[in-house]
Design a binder for this molecule. Structure first.
Ligand SMILES: [Zn+2]
Length: 268
C-alpha cells in the first residue's frame, strides 16, 4: 500500500474503504483521506470519517484520486455493487489497492474456524479471480500483484480475546508461535507448500513507477507488521546465526525468526 500512496501527488484525496481505524496515516504521505466504514470510523490528522455502506457511497463521481481496500473486500456483503461504487467515485486515471486473504490457505481457514467466520463473507482463491471481478465492475486493470505472508498474529496471546475457541490455545506462547511460523515458512521454501501465505496485494490502474513485487516474509507474530529483509539487515535488527537467524521487530521489540525475502520470490 505504501508504494501506491508514495506515487500520489501531494494533497491527493484517498478513500480508505472499510477500515474503521484507518489503514494508513495520510499526513505521513502528504495526502488527505476519507475513512468510510459501516461502523463509525475514527477521524484523525488529515482524515475525515464517514459512516457509509460500500455498496452505496455518499460521494460525488470521480472525487477520489485513489481507493484503498486493505483487508476489507472480503467483508463486503454486496461485492459487485461495492466495486461499481469504487469505479464511480474514482477519477479517470485513479488507482486502487486491494489486499485480501486467500480463502484456500491454512491461515484463513484457521482464522475463520477460530473467529466463527471472522466476518469473511467473500472467498477469493486466486489473483485472476479478483482481477476479473474488479476489472468487470471498475474498468481497472491489474498492474501488479504481491504475495502476502502471515505471522498468525491473531493467535498471539495478546490478540486472542475471550472466545472459548481461543481459550483452548492457552498453551501457545509467543515464543512457540514464532517457531511454528518459522517452521511453516521453512516448509513453504523447501517443500513448495503455501502454509504461511496470507493472500495477495493487488494494484489496479496506471502507475508512474514500477511496483516492487518481492514479498515481505518477516512479519511480526505480535504486532503483525511486515518488514523487508534487506532493510532489517541494514538497520542491524537481525541476529545472524548459521541456523535459525532471528530479528527483533522495529515496531514492538518482539523476537521472530528471520527469512530472506528473495528466497520466496516464486511463491504466489
Ligand atoms: Zn512487532
Amino acid at each position: 500500500m505504501d508504494q501506491l500512496l508514495r506515487q500520489l501527488p501531494e494533497g491527493a484525496l484517498v478513500l480508505d474503504l472499510g477500515s474503521a481505524t484507518g489503514s494508513f496515516e495520510p499526513r505521513q504521505f502528504g495526502l488527505r483521506a476519507v475513512r468510510a466504514d459501516l461502523k463509525p470510523p475514527q477521524a484523525g490528522p488529515g482524515a475525515w470519517a464517514v459512516q457509509a455502506d460500500a455498496a452505496c457511497l455518499p460521494f460525488r463521481v470521480g472525487v477520489f484520486d485513489a481507493v484503498v481496500c486493505s483487508h476489507s473486500l472480503e467483508h463486503f456483503a454486496k461485492l459487485e455493487a461495492s466495486l461499481a461504487e469504487i469505479g464511480r467515485v474514482l477519477r479517470p486515471g485513479g488507482v486502487l489497492y486491494v489486499a485480501v486473504p486467500d480463502a484456500s490457505t491454512l491461515t484463513d481457514r484457521l482464522y475463520r474456524l477460530l473467529g466463527r467466520g471472522g466476518g469473511h463473507v467473500q472467498r477469493f482463491t486466486s489473483p485472476q479471480q479478483i482481477a476479473g471481478v474488479v476489472g468487470r465492475h471498475t474498468g481497472l486493470s491489474l498492474a501488479a500483484q504481491r504475495t502476502l505472508f502471515s505471522s498468525l498474529s491473531f493467535l498471539h496471546p495478546s490478540a486472542r480475546g475471550r472466545a472459548w475457541r481461543m481459550r483452548l490455545l492457552g498453551w501457545l506462547t509467543e515464543g512457540l508461535l514464532a517457531w511454528i511460523v518459522g517452521l511453516l515458512r521453512w516448509l513453504d521454501r523447501w517443500a513448495g507448500t503455501r502454509l504461511s501465505v496470507y493472500g495477495w496485494a493487488l494494484y489496479f490502474g496506471s502507475f508512474k513507477a514500477p511496483i516492487e513485487t518481492l514479498p515481505r516474509t518477516n512479519m511480526c507474530v505480535r504486532c503483525g507488521a511486515g518488514h523487508a529483509s534487506e532493510w532489517l539487515l541494514r538497520i542491524g535488527r537481525v541476529r545472524p546465526r548459521r541456523w535459525f537467524p532471528k530479528f527483533r521487530c522495529p515496531n514492538c521489540g518482539t523476537w521472530n525468526l528471520f527469512t530472506h525475502d528473495k528466497d520466496y520470490a516464486a511463491v504466489v
